[in-house]
Design a protein around this ligand. Structure first.
Ligand SMILES: Cc1cc2nc3c(=O)[nH]c(=O)nc-3n(C[C@H](O)[C@H](O)[C@H](O)COP(=O)(O)OP(=O)(O)OC[C@H]3O[C@@H](n4cnc5c(N)ncnc54)[C@H](O)[C@@H]3O)c2cc1C
Ligand code: SF4
Length: 525
């Protein structure tokens, strides 16, 4: 492939080289503070390694490349000189390698970068910049409400880190959903109103999600991905994600106008063949910085204040962004690099190969994985309580689970993906993030609207040929970790139930779990 530098007459003496990564597509980012087009230039590069260090899905690669190419256009329109490398044949295949080569020719006085979203990228870039004898200025990412240092100070002052109090402090500090010094509606948390499933008739007509027809630049990227990354997971037939700020703003408006009202009520609900439901689908736009967290939170609060959306929905939505999103970022940057290696439950099983194809006879997993590969998207409960739960109960090595999540979702950037996967979903950090492992039987999936009716397994059965693998593995999980879980007060009831099993019942569960682990159960559509 051809390598191209979309550039910019080179300034005679380059002052700042502003490095912009694929998830930093914001003209107002801190790295541009004081940018002077006569002295400074922007550097961006497409490199194979960012799509291959984990086996990235075609949807994820296409979104990042299209977003980057559109952003380079926006930079040029704003008169900012850009050195932009398109994917090419013999070029260095890593970001660090590409930058190293360019530092020799561009010879900037200093490199400037907004805080990246990935520890690996920061350490590799830092190493080549230092090796070139240059200084690197890393500027705080204003996109977030909190700073990494602020989170570290918060964490230091506490014995255990839990979301709730962190979130309340941020609500107060930033005056979000506050009436004076009290939370709007007199309550901090409306979770109890936000756990409904659809009735037997299902969700009915759900407003269609905002889609964006690929333009010429995106079509070019789609062709590139289909040829250069042909063997990568997923398809691009339905690619319709927002790739520019203008499109992301339209997607936000559509969410607030059409889905926010029912977001809270059906936040945890599942329904077969309905991937989008009342979720916002804004995570990728947020993570690529096409939208700011502040404007999304403000748009939701304004809808409440104007009487256009109920408080429980708006609070539930804001909690995800102001709460969880900020919280997981703090966990990531205060715990890395050791965090990625943690495996508190000593899980050693391999991820089933069908996670990469969706070819399993478990209807809920087939639904969630097929949709993930086709769209690069699954909503939170599918990630946590369908794919994540299965991997946790099966005992898959958290690092393999982490690689899968980082590969397949369009919104996957390590700072947000890793704590959610390793911490929240797999309990790999031993309870730093979640106060207990999120474990349940197939009955939970059935209750929340999963496709159990059309599945060959029965969620109510623990043993035997028709036993739902989730249900068998749930009991097996409790048995395998009985002594560890007995120390956790929040698991007391579940541990008590497992203690009631007879030896014969235990034996039957273990044998069936072994068959599932060996691959004799679950594979094949
Ligand atoms: C195993 C696992 C892996 C995940 N990996 C990612 C990931 O790579 N990237 C990612 O952005 N989110 C991840 N999440 C969190 C969450 O599932 C997604 O943010 C959400 O499903 C995206 O869809 P949405 O935009 O429609 O979200 P909505 O349901 O509409 O929620 C609104 C917004 O809140 C934020 N949000 C919601 N939950 C979380 C959370 N737990 N952590 C951080 N932000 C949250 C997102 O920005 C999201 O756009 C993961 C969750 C799990 C359980
Ligand atoms: S029966 Fe079990 S495997 Fe089948 S859809 Fe329900 S929860 Fe999933």
């Amino acid at each position: 492939m051809q390598s191209r530098s979309q550039s910019a007459s080179k300034p005679s003496a380059l002052r700042h080289l502003v490095v912009v990564l694929g998830d930093q597509l914001d003209l107002e980012a801190a790295a541009f503070d004081g940018f002077d087009s006569t002295h400074d230039a922007v550097w961006m590069a497409e490199v194979d390694e960012e799509s291959t260090h984990v086996w990235s899905s075609k949807q994820r690669i296409a979104l990042f490349l299209s977003g980057m190419r559109h952003f380079a256009q926006a930079l040029e329109e704003a008169g900012r000189p850009v050195h932009y490398h398109r994917l090419g044949g013999a070029d260095p295949t890593s970001l660090a390698g590409r930058l190293q080569a360019d530092l020799q020719t561009l010879k900037p006085q200093q490199v400037v970068l907004t805080e990246p979203g990935d520890w690996r990228v920061l350490s590799e870039l830092r190493a080549v910049i230092e090796a070139a004898g240059l200084s690197l200025e890393v500027r705080a990412d204003r996109h977030f409400f909190t700073t990494v240092a602020g989170f570290a100070a918060y964490a230091k002052a506490r014995k255990s880190l839990r979301l709730e109090y962190f979130y309340r402090e941020l609500r107060q500090k930033h005056a979000i959903l506050m009436d004076g010094d009290q939370p709007a509606g007199g309550q901090w948390n409306f979770d109890a109103d936000n756990r409904e499933a659809f009735g037997p008739e299902g969700p009915g007509r759900v407003p269609p999600r905002a889609t964006f027809e690929p333009d010429a630049l995106t079509r070019e990227v789609i062709n590139l991905v289909n040829t250069r990354f042909a063997d990568h997971p997923g398809t691009l037939d339905s690619f319709a994600w927002p790739v520019t700020r203008a499109q992301a703003l339209q997607a936000l408006q559509r969410f607030v106008d059409e889905r926010l009202t029912l977001f809270g009520r059906y936040e945890d609900a599942l329904w077969p063949g309905e991937p989008w439901l009342y979720h916002s689908h804004l995570s990728a736009a947020l993570n690529l910085k096409l939208l700011t967290a502040r404007e999304v939170v403000q748009a939701a609060e304004q809808a409440y204040r104007a009487g256009r959306a109920p408080l429980h929905s708006v609070e539930g939505f804001i909690r995800q962004i102001l709460g969880w999103r900020e919280y997981v970022r703090g966990i990531y940057w205060t715990q890395m690099p050791g965090y990625a290696e943690r495996n508190a439950l000593d899980a050693q099983q391999d991820l089933p190969a069908w996670f990469w194809t969706g070819q399993t006879d478990m209807a809920c997993l087939r639904d969630a994985i097929t949709q993930t590969l086709e769209q690069g998207y699954a909503h939170h409960i599918q990630r946590l309580m369908v794919t994540g739960l299965y991997a946790l109960l099966l005992g898959v090595k958290p690092q393999q689970v982490h690689e899968w999540y980082l590969s397949v979702y369009v919104d996957a950037v390590e700072w947000v993906e890793l704590p959610n996967t390793l911490g929240m979903s797999q309990y790999g950090d031993g309870g730093l993030m979640a106060s207990k492992p999120y474990v349940a039987t197939g009955k939970y999936i059935q209750r929340m609207g999963g496709p159990c009716k059309s599945c060959r397994y029965d969620p109510g059965l623990r043993e035997g040929e028709r036993a739902c693998p989730y249900t068998t593995l749930y009991w097996d999980f409790l048995m395998r970790h009985e002594s560890l879980l007995a120390k956790n007060a929040r698991m007391a009831l579940q541990v008590k139930n497992v203690a009631r099993l007879s030896d014969a019942q235990r034996q039957a569960v273990m044998m069936r779990a072994e068959a599932i682990r060996s691959g004799a159960v679950g594979a094949g559509a």
